[in-house]
Design a protein around this ligand. Structure first.
Ligand SMILES: Cc1cc2nc3c(=O)[nH]c(=O)nc-3n(C[C@H](O)[C@H](O)[C@H](O)COP(=O)(O)OP(=O)(O)OC[C@H]3O[C@@H](n4cnc5c(N)ncnc54)[C@H](O)[C@@H]3O)c2cc1C
Length: 288
């Protein structure tokens, strides 16, 4: 695989190593943000690498637990199951996930299963359903508003009492499965957000889109829901001033902090979503 120099990703990816990412995580915590940490990587097709990913995630949980003791940083990580063997063997992935969640529970941590493309959505939900009864406080899921099925999944997760992160969805999906127009995706997002705020268990509203942020704020206000009943989430490097502003206004604001050297697929999704992000890329090139 072609390895591009890291300076291209600077701005959206905290660092290449866990040690170098830690000051960024502590720094975000000290400014009043909540954090979730993501070791980058996906679509692993080799059992040895899948086991290595599990070990790295475990190491991350312990490192965050140490920072929790020292600085109060939350032990909260976001993972991709396709990095832990999901596309090799679902049973293998289940074993890795179970051992990871056992550590998360031991250190009082929380593991969010990121949602990837629709080819592994059913498998991700199956794995979530398999571990949730044993680790209800330690694991949460992501649902994507662009998928036509998501409204039903939202209702089901509310029935379960599971913690859901709602986002628009970042992958190219066919029109038989996903809404394509932004106006429609926003409408579905708002519908799902309202169900989650009313019936969900501490939902996370993950978007940089002001229309959706404002819709969430006004729905919560109309229904008399306190700012502590949900949280906003944004990605590291995106709208940092808005993140600070929401935190300063009393909202729980969590920033998703990715690190690692497998940053290209993550970074490509960010560029595709917002061509303006290419200016970051150019700035990084010319800053050298
Ligand atoms: C914390 C987090 C976790 C995520 N996890 C997943 C996951 O597990 N699976 C998945 O498929 N996707 C995930 N995503 C990605 C998500 O699905 C969207 O692809 C991504 O967030 C872009 O959609 P958006 O609503 O944020 O804004 P966009 O649709 O990109 O932009 C909409 C509007 O928001 C405003 N805006 C956006 N960015 C900026 C900016 N930088 N500066 C100023 N204004 C801006 C502009 O008004 C823009 O027109 C996650 C996103 C977040 C924030």
């Amino acid at each position: 695989m072609v390895r591009l120099p890291f300076f291209l990703a600077r701005g959206f990816v905290a660092a290449e190593t866990m040690a170098a990412a830690m000051p960024v995580i502590i720094g975000a915590h000290k400014t009043g943000l909540l954090t979730t940490v993501d070791l980058l990587g996906e679509h692993v097709r080799n059992r040895r690498l899948a086991a290595a990913a599990r070990d790295q995630y475990v190491q991350l949980l312990y490192a965050l637990a140490a920072e929790h003791a020292a600085h109060g940083v939350e032990v909260n990580i976001s993972i991709k199951l396709s990095m832990m063997g999901q596309i090799i063997d679902e049973d293998l992935c289940y074993e890795h996930l179970r051992s990871l969640l056992t550590v998360a529970r031991e250190v009082g941590g929380f593991v969010r299963l990121d949602m990837e493309n629709s080819t592994i959505l059913e498998s991700t939900l199956r794995l979530f359903d398999a571990v949730y009864p044993e680790f209800p406080k330690s694991v949460g899921i992501v649902l994507q508003a662009y998928l036509k099925r998501t409204r039903d999944d939202v209702e089901r997760m509310c029935d379960l009492g599971a913690r859901v992160r709602l986002c628009k969805g970042a992958y190219r999906e066919p029109s038989r499965l996903a809404y394509q127009r932004m106006s429609e995706i926003r409408t579905r997002f708002v519908e799902c957000m309202q169900v989650l705020l009313r019936r969900g268990h501490y939902p996370a509203i993950a978007t940089h889109d002001d229309r959706l942020i404002r819709a969430t704020q006004s729905f919560a206000k109309d229904k008399g829901l306190g700012a502590d009943t949900f949280e906003f989430q944004m990605l590291y490097g995106m709208r940092p001033r808005r993140q600070q502003q929401l935190a300063a206004s009393g909202y729980n604001m969590r920033v998703y902090i990715p690190y690692g050297n497998m940053w290209l697929p993550y970074y490509s999704r960010r560029l595709r979503e917002r061509p303006e992000n290419i200016t970051f890329l150019l700035r990084n090139i010319f800053r050298r």
